[in-house]
Design a protein around this ligand. Sequence first.
Ligand code: HEM
Length: 266
Amino acid sequence: MADSPTMTYGGYLRLDDLLSCQEPKTRAHDELLFVIIHQVYELWFKQILHEAALLQSRLEEGNSAGSLHTARRIAKILKTVVGQLDVLETMTPRQFAAFRDALGNSSGFQSEQFREIEAVLGRRSFPASDLRGDERLQAAVSRPSVFDSLLRYLAGRGHPVPREALERDLLRPWEPDPGVQQVLLAVYADETGPAAEVCEALVDMDEGIQEWRYRHLKMVERTIGAKIGTGGSAGADYLRSTLFAPAFPDLWEVRSQTGEAPLHGG
Ligand code: HEM
């Protein structure tokens, strides 16, 4: 590293830039917290997308240990960002009301990185207005999702993944598939095997996103009650409609089809 002697902490991290990006629009004390927490979220979203790309390439290479490591890291990041909502929940409705008008129509609704994460995890049903002008989102909906990469990983390990599932139209939403569920049941029959552990780490990721949606909704309810959102949605009612929709439905469905483990020695 030729320039390392002149490298400084602040220079390496570009702290002058980073710490000049917080510009509250009012003098309300709590607005800085609101800005910082959203910025921190966007940084974690960037990291999740970075890790998800690695996860997909590791799955497609058949690298079980690497996939497991990366999927677990993503799940831990999700736990961390869910935990951060505790900080924002110390802001009372009146404290938020002191600067809410200054937000105009801006809203987490417009988070391009959040939409990209949804697409990487498999969402395809975006309004045309979201896709227009967002090249990264357009690219993400045309690529295999994390679940598509899991299917390729399982096929590479010799599991009989149905060909239609492997060759599906990537632009369409995934439909839960009984043939794929049979494969997953067979994978889980060896429940501590590498493939089953990878599947479980994907369930952790899926649960992490659902947990975030639930905690975000509760925070919204306690901060703005039933008011409409700054992004123009019905607010909490809209957010409630996004709950409990798994990214990887087949991994949940097989839970209902799983029998008992054989007794030891029997
Ligand atoms: C006081 C704090 C917050 C309130 C009152 C709030 C409120 C809302 C509301 C009402 C919506 C629905 C869309 C709309 O009409 O605006 C929404 C969506 C969203 N918010 Fe928040 N939010 C808060 C904090 C956060 C934080 C810290 C994040 C982190 C990035 C975030 C990310 C999002 C995302 C990604 C959506 C889109 C969800 C979806 O469409 O499924 N919000 N928020």
